[in-house]
Write a protein that binds this ligand. Sequence first.
Ligand SMILES: Nc1ncnc2c1ncn2[C@@H]1O[C@H](COP(=O)(O)OP(=O)(O)OP(=O)(O)O)[C@@H](O)[C@H]1O
Ligand SMILES: [Mg+2]
Length: 306
Amino acid sequence: MTALCVSVREVVKHYCLGKVIIPALQGISLDVAEGECVALCGTSGSGKTTLLNIIGCIDQPTSGTVTVVGKPVLTFTDSQLAELRNRAIGFIFQTFNLIPVLTVYENVEYPLVILRLPKSERKARVDAMLAAVGLLAHQRHRPGELSGGQMQRVAIARALVTAPRLVLADEPTANLDSRTGLTILDLLKTMNRQHGTTCIFSTHDHQVLRYADTVYTYQRRVPGGGWRTTMMVQLAWRNVLRNRRRTGMTLLAIVSGMTGIIVFGGFIEFAFVGLRENRSFARSWGIFSSINRGIPSMVWLRHIPI
Ligand SMILES: Nc1ncnc2c1ncn2[C@@H]1O[C@H](COP(=O)(O)OP(=O)(O)OP(=O)(O)O)[C@@H](O)[C@H]1O
Ligand SMILES: [Mg+2]
């Protein structure tokens, strides 16, 4: 049996925006074997980027377990995660995340500098990768001087230059024309075949799907039923904990209001009894008996003949 490169179990991810909880992933499970090429499909907002960020150790789930290249990454420290990301994972971001002050060459070289490779080896690898994505002529340009598609190709070169075990690509062809897109996909597929690189990519593009061994399709779950009730209870409880002072004042106001109603009921009853019987004993005793009996005394008032 082939070893697993990625295992995701019952992963839930909620983002908190102020008092609003946004459920991005709700119990996702996924197994990706070493050397497998997997596509994540789904409507916008279904959580593809969120899932890739969690697998790429950039973000943590709210609950669930995640194993990446055989490591239980949720137990790792920040420095262990950084080491794993540098050595084993190449990430192609949907928004490129290039460093604006560095040239194309320096952006691609950067992960190799972190790995402390000698300069000559860095140059050989960067040149080969820039040639593969067709950007040798642009190596002195800065990201701000490139088109969206060119920036995408720099991001792809930077992700692949370390020859990682796992490549995560968030919509890798979204900004490319179809011919360049196919060249990039061929490059990914070649790495996948020749080096056994595991690839997970998200896409809306049907020609990308042909490159995948397995396709997972996700739907954004529409809030409703039990999920909605659970979320409402969670939201209410969070609000109670967050605004303790306000909650205390509200409780005090409710208790004061109830007490006021009971006392008022007592006075009304006292007035009626006093009017009817005109006895000082009833006048004074009526208040206390009404307070003791509380709200039911108000109900009873309705039966007093005026
Ligand atoms: N940092 C964040 N803070 C708050 N909510 C977020 C954050 N990132 C994502 N979300 C929300 O999580 C949900 C899933 O977002 P995600 O970006 O993972 O979707 P996606 O499938 O990648 O969408 P697309 O196809 O448009 O890229 C969305 O409702 C989004 O608004
Ligand atoms: Mg996305």
